[in-house]
Design a protein around this ligand. Structure first.
Ligand SMILES: Nc1ncnc2c1ncn2[C@@H]1O[C@H](COP(=O)(O)OP(=O)(O)OP(=O)(O)O)[C@@H](O)[C@H]1O
Ligand SMILES: [Mg+2]
Length: 229
């Protein structure tokens, strides 16, 4: 039986701001991702996909509930330990690539490795090998503004994979691309997830893309509903 890599237990998120009504995005969300699974996350706009993904990736905290990674309750970790765990275990692809504009493609992929103390030459070698896997060897010195949307997302994918995470969290990684590029980048993501033996949670609005995953869940008002194809 495959083991659980990431588990969300009874997650609730409420945004509160002084002078404004609180926004309860969802409550009692439960989700288990097993080793090697590729799960789609689907919902209408504003239902909380980005919020949930950021909580799962330890980039934001839930109002209540637990996130377990490899069986460890992350509520028990210090901020420093959480950051380290995130850098090592989780690769995150944002909806808008979030690459640093002043750095080249190669440097953008090196940065997460430098944060873990990897030597410059080693980091560059690893980054080059990933750029090769996504067909961008000839773009390593380009800055993000000098890359097309599909190329930017491929660099962002390399950055997410560079520290050999166990989990890939991707927030509409192809949402801003034209349909043809979207299909190509999505196939690349799936093949890399399989090649690197990752577990993945991928947000998408595109039913055809969601159908290529192992299973899908839908954020429905307050909780998660399992979708069947
Ligand atoms: N920092 C914040 N403060 C207050 N409310 C917020 C904050 N961030 C998000 N929200 C609200 O939480 C809800 C969920 O937002 P979220 O971005 O997670 O939705 P989403 O499902 O990713 O939407 P989309 O498909 O448009 O990307 C929205 O109603 C949004 O207005
Ligand atoms: Mg979103």
């Amino acid at each position: 039986m495959s083991s659980t890599i990431l588990e969300l237990i009874s997650i609730t998120k409420k945004f509160t701001q002084i002078g404004l009504d609180p926004v309860e995005v969802f409550s009692d969300v439960n989700l288990k991702l097993s080793q090697g699974e590729i799960v789609g996350l689907f919902s209408p706009s504003g239902a909380g996909k980005t919020t949930l993904l950021q909580i799962a990736g330890l980039l934001d905290s839930p109002t209540s509930g637990e996130i377990h990674i490899n069986g460890r309750d992350t509520n028990l970790l210090s901020e420093f330990e959480k950051t380290r765990l995130r850098n090592k275990k989780i690769g995150f692809v944002y909806q808008f690539h979030n690459l640093l504009p002043e750095f080249s493609a190669l440097e953008n992929i090196c940065i997460p490795q430098w944060c873990l103390g990897v030597k410059r030459s080693e980091a560059e070698e690893k980054s080059r090998s990933l750029l090769k896997q996504v067909g961008l060897s000839n773009r390593e010195h380009h800055r993000p503004a000098e890359l097309s949307g599909g190329e930017q997302q491929r660099v962002a994918l390399c950055r997410a994979l560079v520290n050999d995470p166990e989990v890939l969290l991707a927030d509409e990684p192809t949402g801003n691309l034209d349909p043809e590029t979207s299909k190509r980048v999505f196939s690349l993501i799936l093949s890399l997830v399989k090649h690197h033996n990752l577990t993945a949670l991928i947000v998408s609005h595109n039913v055809q893309l969601v159908e290529q995953m192992d299973r899908a869940v839908k954020l429905n008002g307050k909780s998660l509903e399992v979708l069947t194809f």
